[in-house]
Design a protein around this ligand. Sequence first.
Ligand code: 6PG
Length: 467
Amino acid sequence: MNPSCDLGMVGLGVMGRNLLLNFADHGFRVAGLDTDPAKVTALSAEGGSRVIATGEARTFIDSLRLPRAIILLVPAGKAVDAVTGQLSPHLAAGDLVIDAGNSHFKDTERRAKELAARKLHFFGLGVSGGESGARRGPSMMPGGPREAFERVRPMLEAVAAKVDGQPCVAWLGPGAAGHYVKMVHNGIEYGVMQLLAEAYDLMHRGLGFSNTQMAEVFGAWSQGPLQSFLVEITAKILNKLDPKTGNHLVDEILDVARQKGTGKWTSQEAMDLQVPLLTIDAAVALRDLSAYDRERTAASRLLNRPDKAFAGDRAAALAQLENACHAAIVATYAQGFALLRKASEVHGYNLELATVARIWRGGCIIRAALLEDFRAAYNAQPQLPNLLQDPKLAQQLMKRDEDLRAALRLAIDLGIPAACFLSALAYLDAYRSARLPTNLIQAMRDFFGAHTYERIDEPGTFHTQWE
Ligand code: 6PG
């Protein structure tokens, strides 16, 4: 076979197929490989003569121009090792394998080393935007050998989402930098989704709004400073009717969240690096808590509390809630970016956070108008330790501080759980405390374990005989 293809795709599920067709739309010649004949047929039907679709690894490999570039879009985990193991004996030195799934960054590090030993390049590519993003323009977060990126750069730039004419893709750093950034993207995604769910709960159970009214509210929010993909889809979801029952579909959906684990990885990694991620941790915990549906149902009877009706001004409460969302969402991004800042040092990624903010402005799930402000903050001060230290963002946040407290007072008073809002406020309050009560913790550690403490007025470590 004549090696005529610019790029190969392994895994022709919806994401793989859509991304491959996106490349074909931009004039690249592409080949797709899958062991499932139905998926091969589906790609042939959609791609026609623009693509080669096959179930034969040999045909696939032989169709690719040297040095080859192969994207894997297979489920994260064992499948990535299995496919890489099957392909690598057929590959030549200098070929590039790109894992575009949500792989754990430590797996990516290991695979990059294994393939480098065989003179093959390996690249972790975070891809965000779901099925339609893959088809029409995702945000892409590549990390790995820079020279290998330069080879595929024109192709990735062509298919990526564009904001102000700039593609939402950029080389982020060596090793597993791309998958790391994607992991943190998903951690932020968990936090923002939980905040929007809590806002919905407060509006619905607290303020007594109907789905249609809430759809209008989220629709209006998405025209203002909260403009973002997740707010937009929330408005659409709340308007959607269930063809089966005629009710609003959202009311027919079980309240148990599933998760593939990327949010949990973000929290676990942040604990390892000792970066506080209060809101993202709370979002992961709340997804976990949602799974205890039987226990929750039993507890709703045993721990029953008389319903309290809202007796205030709805319009005022709504305005406070919008500002509360704004403040809490900024705090969530600030936590995610703070983790990236630390990881950049610890893992040697040397990330440019302005670039991360830039490529998150379009295509990805956490795209939001706010990212332009974050980009500006890091452009002004590339070494900013935390977004909350940016004077403009700090001012925007402080303008909304009282409303965040008011929204939480309402939630607490009405008994509506708002763990992510609460943790966002706790993060803000702790972060801006020049003095925390940790002096007492140190005293206790010294009391029971002679762990010593430091003094404010003298260097060195001290121990006291407390009794
Ligand atoms: C994206 C999404 C995508 C996927 C998540 C869902 O950026 O396009 O984050 O990667 O939808 O894996 O994650 P959970 O199953 O953990 O919610």
